[in-house]
Unconditional design. Sequence first.
Length: 567
Amino acid sequence: NLQLELSCRFSPKFPMNFPDDILQRLAAAGDLPRLQELRQEGPCSVNGPELLRLTNKARNFLAAENLQPGDRCALLAANSIRWIAVNLAIIAEGLIAVPLYARQAMSELVTVMKDCTPSLVICGDVTLRDSLLKEWPQAQSQILLDDIFASDSGRNAAPNELPRLEASAPVTIIYTSGTSGEAKGAILTARNVGHILQCTSDRLDLLMNNRQAQDRVFHYAPFCFAASWITMLTSLYRGSLFMLNTDLSKIAEQMRAAEPDYIINVPALLERMKRAVDEQLSKSGGLPLRIYLYGKIAWLRQRADEGRLTDKFWLALANTLVFPTIRKKMLGKNLKALICGSAPLNVETQLYFVMLGIPVLQVYGLTETTAICTLDDPRHVEPGRVGPAVAGTEMKLGANDEVLVRGPNVFPGYWNRPVETAKALQDGWFHTGDQGEVNAAGNWKITGRIKNLIILSSGHNVAPEPIEDKLSQYLPNAQQVVLLGNGRGYLTALIAGDIARDDAQKAIDVVNAQTPHYKQIRAFIVHPESFTVESGLLTTMGKLKRDAINARFKAEIEEMYRVKQAV
């Protein structure tokens, strides 16, 4: 078995029976807080033994339900300490956890649940349970999260009563976002998860310089996403203080108050943070704004080896008076790095935080690769790239520069979808559907999605993402930019947000001047409202549902091409 061979060769100590490992670490953890919910009334914390007691209580409940090994348990609730305890209990009992997004449309959630047929659905509150029953009256075995911890039924579970997990045993089914069609359930095994826990922990040891003190981790992403789920387990495995945001409207202030060592981010949040700094300094004006603007220009010129004599003066002022203040107000005094994944990050945004003295480490991976294929080595970060492959993972380029992956992190297949599994896993390699490139140092760059390629009637193939990203840089108020033109004679764009047409045209003119003729945008539509998950135009991860967008705006797109051709 190639995956097992690779895992043993590259990571002989990885925790195959990771639940046992984590629960034993909790038992020996002492009084230091391990989990913390950041609430309006103040933080609510539990230490290792307290979390273990909650987990054992949940195991007692599950044991009383007479569930069989391999049964699925759906978790439909917001992030919380109790969510984590139940997740650990499900896996410790040899069951399969199916984390679901509590804010997703109930019709989509029911489709997922009908696919994985859970023996138990654990709802975060009465509203979610009632919504589920309204959409799916035949749903069986719903229970509220609170009821699990109010129950005293079942045997007295203890940490040493864990079933021994086989390497191939499924521990979770995580559903992919699904930019087109229905979401698919990716099965992740004990081997997959155990290997990635060791890989992420080893890379974080480099970031923290093998420090023995407890890591401080601030977290806000829902656990139904593979990267978020792995981050949570990694923090438990490392003995970190894992601080949970419970109100998305308070991320900025809670992030500052938490003073974390690192944060797992999505590019959209970093973009918002950057814009917020620019807007705040523009409003305040005065000398700080002048130092900030001149300092940015000086830093960029020096990076491009185009520095002037005055640049050292302005950069020294900015590094002394402005940049440290921004850094501290934004993220506190302890931050070692921002860790960013889930979508492409503009290199300009990455460089902006580097200028402030905040390293940004990029991660690349998919649900099918247990969230991670590559992760920046904090000692050798190349802006614009997503780092080298983690230990035990092989990557290469296939046809059309598609990124192919194999190793102990690659999933065994999709739940109940043999055709899709066979298509994704060919000759031992997982076909990611992403286009990429790799340099001599082994650092990867993801350039686009193969299925998103626009094939013009001229025969030219155009990856939309780089052009969309470039246009977004010149239109900071645009919420989304979508390139169009498949089967057409030229490219057009759909721009969502509060954007004046004149501003859009100016930005397009700038981008067109930098691109060859067949990549130039010849017409555009401005849609005043941003795309949302609720509108069905974005996935739960905030990615464009291109097929849905094309269908929704079909009439407007046809009219745009008709008018342009008439002119």
